[in-house]
Design a binder for this molecule. Structure first.
Ligand code: DX5
Ligand code: ZN
Length: 220
């Protein structure tokens, strides 16, 4: 799989979601941030809204669950038809069982890591997952500044995945923009979440294309 751009609707107008999704028709994935006000200090949306989004788009929906107790809540997002469901390593009690349940429901499964969570403990789990999400801000809010301290972890993740020979995608999320995406691609990321950089642009679709172009050039 090559470069994929996943605009985050966290920075979209929540009162006009259908139109806002239409602005990113050229995206590879739609990134939907589910926050429960416990795992992160912010509250966004849950399964009913994800259901509604799934009914209004043919683009794959990538759910990023920033919630406590994903073991209980995450499989329902897969069952609803999400293309991928990412839960956080810091919140999951039984990540292997949960990853298997999500796959069993027919979705790809991702594990998210906050900036201070090391990736190395997940090396043996690579066969159980489809994506590692390396957060490049502390999760909870859009529009934060990219944390360069996460770049070595992206690099180590790429090395780990290459060693494994498995096709595990490496997603970056937080502060990804025209200014920072090349650094992420160069370090080895291949799926790029961008909220404010896409929805803050006058022409969101053009912003998606520009980000894809910059990432592709930096990856070589
Ligand atoms: C933050 C979310 C992100 C957020 C990114 O916790 O997980 O997906 O929307 O927003 P930007 O791209 O503005 O940092
Ligand atoms: Zn996210």
């Amino acid at each position: 799989m090559g470069i994929q751009i996943a605009p985050s609707i966290l920075s979209a107008d929540f009162a006009n979601l259908e139109a806002e999704i239409g602005r990113i028709h050229n995206a590879d994935l739609i990134h939907v941030d589910v926050m429960d006000n416990h795992f992160v200090p912010n509250l966004t949306l849950g399964l009913p809204v994800v259901d509604a989004i799934l009914r209004r788009t043919s683009l794959p929906v990538d759910c990023h669950l920033m919630i406590d107790d994903p073991d209980r809540w995450a499989p329902a997002y897969a069952e609803a038809g999400a293309h991928s469901v990412t839960f956080h390593a810091e919140a999951a009690k039984a990540p292997v069982r949960l990853a298997r349940e999500i796959r069993h429901q027919g979705a790809r499964t991702g594990v998210g890591l906050k900036p201070a969570t090391p990736v190395e403990p997940f090396e043996d789990l690579l066969g159980e997952i489809d994506m590692l999400l390396i957060m490049t801000v502390e999760p909870g809010f859009g529009g934060q500044a990219f944390l360069d301290m996460c770049l070595p972890k992206i690099r180590r993740t790429r090395e780990m995945v290459s060693r494994s020979g498995l096709d595990v995608w490496i997603q970056v999320d937080g502060g990804v923009s025209k200014e920072t995406i090349e650094r992420c691609a160069d370090a080895g990321a291949d799926v790029f979440v961008a909220g404010s950089a896409v929805y803050g642009a006058d022409d969101a679709a053009t912003a998606v294309d520009q980000l894809r172009h910059l990432a592709a050039a930096a990856q070589q």
